[in-house]
Design a protein around this ligand. Structure first.
Ligand SMILES: O=c1ccn([C@@H]2O[C@H](COP(=O)(O)OP(=O)(O)O[C@H]3O[C@H](CO)[C@@H](O)[C@H](O)[C@H]3O)[C@@H](O)[C@H]2O)c(=O)[nH]1
Ligand SMILES: [Mn+2]
Length: 749
């Protein structure tokens, strides 16, 4: 463990960035918003209902801006010094790595294989790592692919360590051609490894096409007659690192698990899978730290575990009680600038308060915290306080909390007391692991309630995060350059919109359960600004005012109403617009993104707000009224345009992703609001230009319409394009019908 001598240089430092420019800009925009609201109040009686609606919308935007200003006020992040860890820490702690996957079609096994290979090859003592893959799809193909991957790992892991490879996911590593001259030892190894990787890809591909290959193999018997939602628990130790001493040629433990599923049983999606992972790993390796990555995310930095350990092992000089270390979620598709910029500012802001929220992937958790421990249960030296020992370790409370498996309870006691786990044979725990995978194992226990990943929201990350921070723990944000983890983002716009819908629906679910920052306002140890940050999940309510605001200029043109202030006061709106544009542009450019990507992101936010978030509100309303349940639809993962089916992508070309500005449409309902908005605004502009409303100049409102059309430009283009870049006829008809109704309604009154 760490030597706590204060004379040694620190393992990590928290760096605060106070940008007075940013604060000034935030406050100026806030001031402008408030003066606009004041102007509206003062002139309320002279105007009609449009004025009131605009006032309500702008009040909502102001509240959101106030919240984000609070969150972004004092950004921070943690810088780590992994080079110092070896001289400070003689016995690095173990880490259990969890990779959940759920569907071999939406999550092609070759993607999972690459994620796993990058994690197995991490630069950390091999005998201190164990990798667990949970398969909610109960797929023999996934199991087969992982088995093959473990064979290739015996070549890949030593290769990476021998040549100190940085990017340890083969599909990314082999994108670059061989740099050295042929004939050297390195080039021979490189070519051999590449050949083996391509063989692996081919095997996976052939197995994907043929469904009978597994019939003859006994090892696959467990998969016969199973359905993804109807099967018994499967636990397979794919590779056990027997007697490992941490040698560079070793490969870490590697285990495949799939929990029991039966129809009519709630299985709690990813959170349920994570809790099963926690239990099985508790029985087998019981590492004090757990790394969670999604199955499409690979380690892009070989030192990532050491970096995280720098934060945890800072030791007694770290009074902050860090419960988890979160890395940013970035993607290699380079099509997600919008989300990256948003995350970069918001999560850094949070890191300056109580700590970043847990983002669901790329996060190191402490097992004891996941078992429900609070900071006051722990003494300065890390051991349990005597009160906590009495309460938590009481013989009858443990099975009530953690379930009836004796082995499980024993492992929990060891974990809580941070007793080092004597190495034992993994296969001896298979029976116990199967027991804790039963559908009803969690029945009447605290799993998902106060222990492990929490249930009752599709964004289990947010839910779990609020609970951890509410107990008084902090967290750290480590954002190295190059990024430590890279994942994929949905390639299709409708997939991206679906993902947004799920995130916001999940966030709203959090508001209505027991972790709700609203309900727990006075009760718990969440810091004030952190609570405000969690309230930001209300952000999807913004979709209604956004929708209204996109329609108001058109309505006013058609109805001869006034939307914007007149004379000098129009200056408020113009300055607001100008400042907001410059400010968001600065955010983009300061992170190295182009003006083009800023433009696209402005569109994208409007489209997300008026479609995904709107549907989130439907979802949550239906759930609250008990009409329907929310469903976790897994995001489709792709490795688009692979070379010869080898999982290798050619050089980064023009992507068609949501951020490229090139929109692909399909018949999905997500494209309806955008099409409707564009049609309505075009109609209003047409009416305006033929001079219908000569009596009322309405120039400002017409400019408003033009701005809306520009923001929804992909839809305007979609009206004229053909094929996948054109809006489908059915969507167009529905939108046109709604637009006609809107125009008639506006003209009629
Ligand atoms: O029943 C399920 C559903 C999902 N998953 C896994 O959960 C992960 C995340 O699912 P994905 O469809 O990729 O969701 P994303 O929207 O991309 O994920 C983000 O948002 C989720 C919450 O909505 C978080 O759980 C994720 O960690 C976070 O990366 C994947 O590895 C899935 O295989 C399961 O294991 N079981
Ligand atoms: Mn994902």
């Amino acid at each position: 463990m760490a030597e706590s001598s204060s004379s040694l240089p620190p393992l990590c430092e928290k760096i605060s960035y106070k940008s007075y420019f940013q604060r000034a800009a935030d406050l100026t925009i806030l001031g402008l918003l408030f003066s606009l609201l004041l102007h509206r109040i003062l002139h309320m009686t002279q105007n009609d209902n449009v004025w009131l609606v605009a006032f309500l919308c702008e009040s909502c935007f102001s509240i959101v801006w106030l919240l984000t200003t609070c969150i972004k006020w004092s950004p921070a992040e943690t810088k780590t010094y992994p080079d110092r860890i070896d001289e400070r820490v003689h016995d690095l702690p173990s880490v259990d790595i969890f990779v959940p996957t759920a569907d071999p079609v939406r999550e092609p096994p070759i993607i999972v294989v690459n994620a796993v290979l990058s994690l197995l090859a991490i630069n950390y003592p091999t005998n201190k790592l164990a990798c667990y893959v949970s398969d909610d799809g109960c797929s023999p193909l996934t199991y087969f692919s992982l088995k093959e991957a473990s064979k290739f790992a015996k070549i890949w892991v030593p290769f990476c360590k021998k040549y100190n490879v940085r990017v340890r996911a083969p599909f990314r590593y082999f994108l670059n051609p061989l740099a050295t001259t042929k004939g050297s030892e390195f080039s021979r190894d490189w070519q051999m490894t590449k050949r083996e990787y391509e063989k692996l890809c081919r095997k996976v591909e052939i197995a994907t096409g043929d469904s009978h290959w597994s019939d003859a193999d006994d090892d696959f018997e467990a998969f016969s007659n199973t359905k993804p939602n109807d099967h018994s628990t499967i636990v397979k130790v794919i590779w056990e690192n027997k007697g490992g001493v941490g040698d560079v040629t070793e490969v870490p433990h590697f285990v495949y698990i799939s929990r029991e599923k039966r129809p009519n049983y709630l299985h709690h999606y990813k959170a349920g899978a994570m809790n099963f992972l926690v239990r099985v790993s508790g029985l087998m390796t019981n590492a004090p730290y757990m790394l969670n990555v999604d199955c499409d995310v690979y380690a892009n930095e070989a030192d990532v575990v050491r970096q995280a350990m720098c934060v945890f092992l800072q030791g007694s000089s770290n009074p902050n009680h860090c419960a988890f270390v979160q890395y940013p979620q970035e993607s290699y598709d380079s099509t997600t600038d919008t989300l990256t910029v948003f995350q970069s500012f918001m999560v850094r802001g949070l890191a300056g308060i109580q700590g970043p929220i847990y983002l669901g992937s790329g996060c190191f958790h402490t097992r004891r915290v996941m078992y429900g421990l609070s900071p006051e249960d722990v003494e300065a030296n890390g051991s349990l306080s005597s009160l906590a020992t009495r309460e938590l370790l009481a013989a009858d409370s443990l099975p009530r909390g953690f379930g009836n498996s004796k082995e499980m309870v024993k492992s929990v006691v060891e974990a809580l007391q941070i007793k080092s786990n004597p190495q034992h044979i993994l296969t001896n725990s298979i029976e116990a692991a199967q027991e804790v995978g039963h559908c009803d194992y969690e029945y009447q226990t605290n799993w998902g309630k106060t222990i492990g990943w929490l249930y009752d929201s599709m964004t289990e990350d947010l839910n779990t995060s609020i609970d951890i921070h509410s107990r008084g723990w902090t967290s750290s944000y480590v954002s190295p350059n190059p990024p430590a983890f890279l994942g994929s983002m949905p390639a299709e716009v409708s997939e991206a919109l679906l993902q947004q819908r799920r995130w916001l629906t999940g966030s709203m679910e959090v508001l209505f359960n027991k972790q709700s920052p609203l309900l727990g306002m006075f009760r718990r140890k969440l810091r004030f600004r952190q609570r405000l940050a969690y309230l930001c999940v209300l952000v999807c309510l913004r979709s209604i005012p956004e929708l209204f605001y996109c329609l108001l200029p058109a309505y006013c043109l058609l109805h001869n109403s006034v939307l914007f202030p007149k004379g000098a006061c129009l200056g408020i709106i113009i300055t607001l617009l100008g400042m907001h544009s410059l400010y968001t542009l600065w955010e983009f450019m300061s992170l190295g993104y182009s003006i083009q990507s800023w433009l696209v992101s402005q569109s994208l936010w409007r489209i997300i707000a008026t479609s995904s978030w709107l549907f989130s509100i439907f979802d949550i309303t239906l759930k609250l009224f008990g009409i329907s349940k929310t469903v976790f639809i897994i995001t489709k993962k792709t490795m688009s345009e692979t070379i010869e089916g080898s999982g290798l992508r050619p050089s980064q070309g023009e992507d068609d992703g949501p951020n490229s500005g090139k929109f692909e449409f399909d018949g999905s309902v997500y494209f309806l609001p955008g099409t409707f908005i564009v049609l309505v605004n075009l109609a209003a502009l047409a009416v305006f230009s033929v001079g219908y409303s000569l009596g009322n100049p309405g120039l400002a409102e017409a400019c408003g319409c033009i701005l809306v059309v520009i923001l929804f430009f992909p839809f305007l283009k979609g009206l004229f394009e053909k094929g996948k870049y054109g809006i489908p006829l059915s969507t167009l008809c529905k939108a046109a019908f709604l637009a006609v109704l809107f125009v008639v309604f506006s003209l009629g009154k």
